[in-house]
Structures are given as C-alpha cells and as structure tokens.
Design a protein around this ligand. Structure first.
Ligand code: IMP
Length: 435
C-alpha cells in the first residue's frame, strides 16, 4: 500500500491532469481534495477534449473509485453536467464516484456575491481575479458555520432554513454591492433546483472519509489529487491573491479526513516556466511580445474561464517555498517542450532585498514589490524528439536545464513531460514504488 499526494507547486495549471492520469495507472483509487469548480482539467478522450472541474482526472481509468473529499465546495449542477458528459463517453459507468456527504454546496447566491464583489473591487483596482464560481463565499459560509452541505440536499426543510438564514445576511450585502435582491420566486427556484440536483446525486453521496479508511485498511494504493497550486494556499500563498482553501499537501489530510501518518509520498507539479491567472504578484512575468509567445506556445488560456494566463520565467525561489510547504519528496516537470525555440531561458534563482539575497520570495506584499529577482540564464534548445523517453534523448541544453532545476529545487524529479500525450513522458521515479 502507498498513499501519494499530487500537488501543484506554483499558481495552478501546472499540468496536474496528465500526471494524475499517469499515476492513476498504479493507483486503486483517486481522491480530489480541496476547491471546487474553480479548477479545470482538460482531458482527451478518444481524441475528443473534455474539461472537468470537479471529478478527478483519474476518471479516465474505468473501475477505479473517484472520491470527492469533504473539504471541497461542490456546485451540484456543474457536477451533474460533468457526470453526464463522462457517462456519454463511456466513463463513470460502474458507480465509481463517491461524493463526501460533508462537502459544502455552492448555490446561486455564492456565485452572485463572488461576481458582484469582483466587479466592485475591479472599479477600485483591487480585484483578486477570482473564477467567479462562488468559491470564496461558499468557504466563508462554511467558516461561519451556516454553510449548506451535500447531506442537506436530501433534507428539504433543513435546506430551506439554511438558505433563508444565509440570505437574511446576504441580501443587504447583495444590495450594498449594487446587485438586485432575489425575489421570493427566485429563492424558491434556487431551493427547488438544489433539491432536484440533490436527488440525482444522492446515489453517489456517502461517507468519503470512511471509504478512504477502508481502502487504507485493505492496503490499496491511493492517489490524492490537489487542485490549484501551493502559492494559492489560503494560509501560505500570496495572500490576499489566493483561493479560499488549503491547496498544499496538508489540505489532502484535512479535506479527506486522513491522518498525516498515512501519507507516503508528495509529488509537486511544476511547469518548466510559470503562469498565473488573476491578480497578485508575479515578479518573473514576461510582458508584451515575450509573454504572448510563451502563452501561444503553451496554449495558456484558462480551462475554466478561458482567460489568457499571465506567463513568465520559472521562479525556483517560489518553487522552493512550494517544496517546503508541502514537504514534497520530488517534482514532476511539465511542458518542457513549450520552451523549445527560445534563444535563451531564464530562471529566478533568488531574490535580493535590502542588500540581502533570499532563497525564497519575501512574504510581505510591499517587500515583494521592492525585491529584485536574481536570474540565471540557460542556453535555449531546438525541438525535443517526440519519442524522447530518457533524459539522454533531450537536446543537450534542455538536459542541462532539467539538471540545473533539480539541483536548484533541491529535490529529485519523478518525471519530465515533453508533450501533451500520455506517452510523451520521461519517467524517472515511481511514486508508488518507493514504499
Ligand atoms: P477563486 O478560487 O475562484 O476564489 O479565485 C482566487 C484566485 O485563485 C484567482 O486568482 C484565480 O484565478 C485563482 N485560481 C483558482 N482556481 C484556479 C485554478 O484551478 N488554476 C489557476 N488559478 C486558479
């Protein structure tokens, strides 16, 4: 038995979907932890693209249980759409899905408040750039202990009482933010829609943490799939430009109800460069033509919102922070091929602040503004052969780049991805094999 956590090491969109899909070959079950429909994984099924937001990427392996942890915030309509699309493609046919009954539910008013807040903040130049999927407001309700949980979708009277209690506080806020308060009819419709969705989802709902405990007792291999990335963590990320959940590896234990002693291995995912969507500091960002070239080459447009991602050089100082926060045993390096054709490749190896060199980025927003990234420059490389399966198959400068990153990050690489296809992978270590 081994238990592996896959976690984004940057600001999300590191290519976790492909890595989870590869690692699931050896896993007996996959558990998604944290977040909600703010995430987006692009899956390719029989040559057709499908974006999932809630169901783990491990779904591509029929028969392997896919669990949604209790720490998630679930939009029932998005989930139903995903289930229907996956089933139409022959997946999720055998009842593999289990939705944690204590996960929180995103309702229409969460999305409404998220959007209104962002619009208002944008007018003052303070927008976080959220995905507007209601993630923040749903986690706020959870922390305020008036959230609606998946289990409440089967209890009409309780659901109504919770929605009414929430709206009692939210209607004045909606008005303050310039929104139109919902009519009684609209609220009734929200409740009816949630109940109808709950009825359809009921067959998948259960005690996820107990199910995971049973898998552990049966000595199964379990893969925990993180969403977003370490630098978007609510406690340790670039606050306030973060999401509202624990995206670091510890979030897997928290969300799934599993003790930290059960975890054997944590693999972080990092791209060979960096991207970020939404606001917040990004010292290695490339503006203008250089950023646009990287965006085109890497198809860096949000899978959830379609927004163009901000692109820049890899920040190894930030990567070290991610490695430390999640206790990563190693990294999977993705999208190395996207850098092909760059005359030279830069990497931020440290920060300089007030005459001192820092091996991790400064944490205070004002210090981030003042700090200067220190770059190392590497020779560029030409095309990577499609059949590269070993580091020795890489052009020499690309190989030197990979070796330098491994040294700078301070942990070994589990794999290097050189293309979108499953096969276009240089496998170096087996996360399930070390134990
Ligand atoms: P929220 O999670 O929708 O509240 O958005 C908060 C911040 O996290 C924004 O900057 C989003 O762009 C970012 N974010 C949330 N989910 C993802 C993701 O899956 N990939 C990349 N960025 C994300």
């Amino acid at each position: 038995m081994s238990v592996v956590i896959v976690v984004g090491a940057q600001w999300g969109d590191e290519g976790k979907g492909k890595v989870v899909d590869l690692f699931t070959e050896q896993a007996d079950a996959v558990v998604r932890y944290g977040g909600g429909a703010n995430a987006g994984h692009t899956l390719v099924i029989n040559g057709q693209k499908l974006v999932t937001h809630l169901v783990p990427s491990g779904v591509l392996h029929p028969g392997k249980p896919c669990l949604l942890g209790d720490g998630m915030v679930i939009d029932p309509h998005t989930l139903l759409e995903e289930i229907a699309e996956l089933q139409a493609r022959g997946l999720l046919a055998g009842g593999e899905l289990l939705i944690g009954q204590d996960a929180h539910v995103i309702l229409a008013y969460h999305r409404l408040v998220d959007g209104l807040r962002e619009d208002r903040a944008a007018g003052k130049g303070l927008a976080i750039g959220t995905t507007r999927r209601g993630i923040g407001p749903a986690y706020e309700a959870k922390a305020a202990r008036r959230g609606v949980r998946v289990r409440d979708l089967a209890r009409p009277a309780r659901l109504r009482a919770l929605v009414e209690a929430n709206l009692d506080e939210l209607v004045p806020l909606i008005q303050h933010l310039g929104g139109k308060p919902p009519s009684t009819g609209e609220v009734d419709r929200w409740i009816d829609d949630a109940l109808a969705a709950g009825e359809k989802l009921l067959r998948y709902v259960g005690d996820a943490s107990r199910a995971i405990a049973d898998l552990l007792a049966a000595r199964k291999h379990i893969l925990f799939e993180g969403a977003q990335g370490s630098l978007l963590d609510i406690d340790h990320g670039t606050y306030p430009y973060v999401t509202s959940s624990s995206t670091i590896a510890a979030g897997a234990c928290q969300s799934a109800g599993v003790g930290p002693t059960a975890i054997d291995c944590v693999v972080g995912i990092t791209k060979a460069y960096a991207t970020r969507v939404g606001g917040g500091p990004f010292p290695t960002e490339l503006h203008g033509e250089a950023g646009a070239r990287l965006r085109e080459a890497g198809a860096e447009f949000g899978a959830t919102t379609g927004r163009p991602r901000r692109c820049g050089w890899l920040d190894v100082a930030a990567l070290r922070l991610g490695v430390r926060l999640s206790g990563m045993n190693g990294l999977a390096l993705t999208k190395l091929d996207v850098l092909c054709g760059q005359p030279e490749v830069q990497v931020c190896v440290a920060y300089e602040l007030d005459g001192k060199e820092l091996d991790e980025p400064p944490q205070d927003p004002e210090d981030v503004e003042r700090a200067r990234p220190v770059y190392a420059t590497y020779e560029g490389w030409g095309p990577i052969p499609k059949d590269a399966r070993d580091l020795t198959d890489l052009p020499a400068p690309a190989r030197r780049y990979v070796e330098a990153l491994e040294r700078l990050a301070g942990v070994p690489f589990y794999l290097v991805s050189v293309g979108a296809d499953r096969a276009e992978t240089i496998s170096l270590r087996d996360p399930f094999g070390d134990f």
